[in-house]
Design a protein around this ligand. Structure first.
Ligand code: PMV
Length: 337
C-alpha cells in the first residue's frame, strides 16, 4: 500500500480572476487529505471515503463515475468529489503507461469538501502521487502539479487555474499567474478560518463568473481590478521589499486589500449570505481584513487577526459552524508510506 498526503489552502488574494490569467496568492495550511492506494488484480477502482464533510461513503465502480454512491448529500457534490478521484486515476494510469491499472483507494481528509480550502486539489495531488508510486513510477513535484492541474481542468470543463494544485503540491505561499507558478516568501500570518458548514460547486461558480465577464464589461474590469489588488498585496508580503512599513503595518495593509478583494468577489456573485455575515463578524471583531476563500457560494472565509477576538466572534456568529486558526504549512505533498 502506498500513502500520500497533501495540504489544503486559503487564498489570500486572487481566486476566480486567476482563471483569466490574473495573478493569485494561495497559502497551504496545516489541514490535509491523505490517500492510500493499493493495486488490484483487475481494472476496477474502488473508493472509500470519509470525513469529507459527507457522511462516509463507499463506492465501487469500473473506471467511470457512472455508479453513484447512495448518500444523503447533493448529488453534484458527490459527483464532483468522485470526478476528481476519477480524473486523478486517469492521470496516474497515463503517467505510468498502465491504462488498465485498478486500485483500492481510501480517502481521509480533514479539509471540508467544496468549501474553498482546496480539498479537491489536495485529493487530486495526493491521489496521483500515491497511485503513480504504487505503480512504480514516481513523479517529480513539477510533473505532479502539472498532472493534478490537468485532472482538475478536466473536471472543471477546462476552466481551472494552476493555483490550487501547485500550492498543494509544493506547500507554503505561492504566486500563480497563468503557467508561471512559483513559491514566495510570506511572513507568519495570523490566519483565522470560518466555515459555514456548506459548500459551493466550483465548476458552476466559475461558469457563472465567465458568463458575467462575457456579458458585462464591468465584470471584466472587476476581474482586472482583482489582479491589481494581488499585485499590490504581494509587495506587502515580500519581506525583502523596500517598503518602510514594519510587519504589523504590512499585515494591516494586506488585510485592507483582502477586504477590497472580498467586495469585488461579492460583486461577481460568488459570495453568499453566510459568507458575508462571517466576513462582517470578523471585521467587527477587529480583524485586519476578511474575505471568502476559494470558489465561494458557501464554505469558508479567511481573516487576519493576531488576537483571539475574530475566532470568538465567529464562534458566536449564526451560520458559522466551525472557526479555527490555520497555520501555514511549508510542506506540500508528503510521502507517508
Ligand atoms: O474552491 P476551491 O478551493 O476549489 O478554489 C477554486 C478557485 C478558483 O479560482 C475559483 C478556480 C481555480 O481553478 O482557480
Amino acid at each position: 500500500m502506498t500513502v500520500s498526503s497533501a495540504p489544503g489552502k486559503v487564498y489570500l488574494f486572487g481566486e476566480h480572476a486567476v482563471v483569466y490569467g490574473e495573478p493569485a496568492i494561495p497559502c497551504a495550511i496545516e489541514r490535509r487529505a491523505t490517500i492510500s492506494v493499493e493495486s488490484r488484480d483487475d481494472d476496477h477502482v474502488r473508493v472509500q471515503a470519509s470525513d469529507l464533510s459527507l457522511d462516509g461513503f463507499t463506492v465501487e465502480y469500473t473506471g467511470t463515475t457512472d455508479d453513484r454512491p447512495d448518500v444523503d448529500v447533493p448529488a453534484s457534490l458527490v459527483d464532483a468529489a468522485m470526478g476528481y478521484i476519477d480524473a486523478a486515476v486517469e492521470q496516474a494510469r497515463e503517467a505510468a503507461d498502465a491504462p488498465d491499472a485498478g486500485f483500492d483507494i481510501t480517502v481521509e481528509s480533514d479539509i471540508p469538501l467544496g468549501a474553498g480550502l482546496g480539498s479537491s486539489a489536495a485529493v487530486t495531488v495526493a491521489g496521483i502521487d500515491a497511485a503513480t508510486r504504487e505503480l512504480g513510477q514516481p513523479l517529480s513535484t513539477e510533473e505532479l502539479a502539472d498532472r493534478a492541474y490537468r485532472a482538475e481542468a478536466a473536471v472543471q470543463k477546462g476552466e481551472a487555474s494552476r493555483a490550487d494544485t501547485f500550492c498543494s503540491a509544493v506547500g507554503g505561499a505561492v504566486r500563480v499567474e497563468g503557467d508561471d507558478c512559483r513559491s514566495i516568501d510570506a511572513p507568519d500570518l495570523p490566519i483565522v478560518v470560518g466555515f459555514d458548514g456548506g459548500a459551493g460547486d466550483t465548476g458552476e461558480l466559475v461558469a457563472g463568473v465567465r458568463a458575467l465577464k462575457d456579458r458585462y464589461d464591468f465584470a471584466a474590469d472587476t476581474i482586472a481590478t482583482i489582479g491589481d489588488i494581488v499585485r499590490q498585496g504581494e509587495g506587502f508580503l515580500d519581506p525583502e521589499s523596500d517598503s518602510d512599513l514594519d510587519m504589523e503595518a504590512r499585515i494591516e495593509e494586506i488585510g485592507r486589500l483582502m477586504d477590497f478583494n472580498h467586495g469585488l468577489l461579492e460583486s461577481l456573485g460568488v459570495s453568499s449570505r453566510s459568507l458575508d455575515s462571517m466576513v462582517w463578524a470578523a471585521r467587527e471583531a477587529g480583524a485586519h481584513g476578511a474575505k471568502l476563500t476559494g470558489a465561494g457560494g458557501g464554505g469558508c472565509i479567511v481573516a487576519l487577526d493576531p488576537t483571539p477576538e475574530t475566532l470568538t466572534a465567529l464562534r458566536f456568529t449564526p451560520g458559522c459552524e466551525e472557526a479555527f486558526r490555520a497555520e501555514l504549512d511549508d510542506d506540500g505533498v508528503r510521502r507517508e508510506a
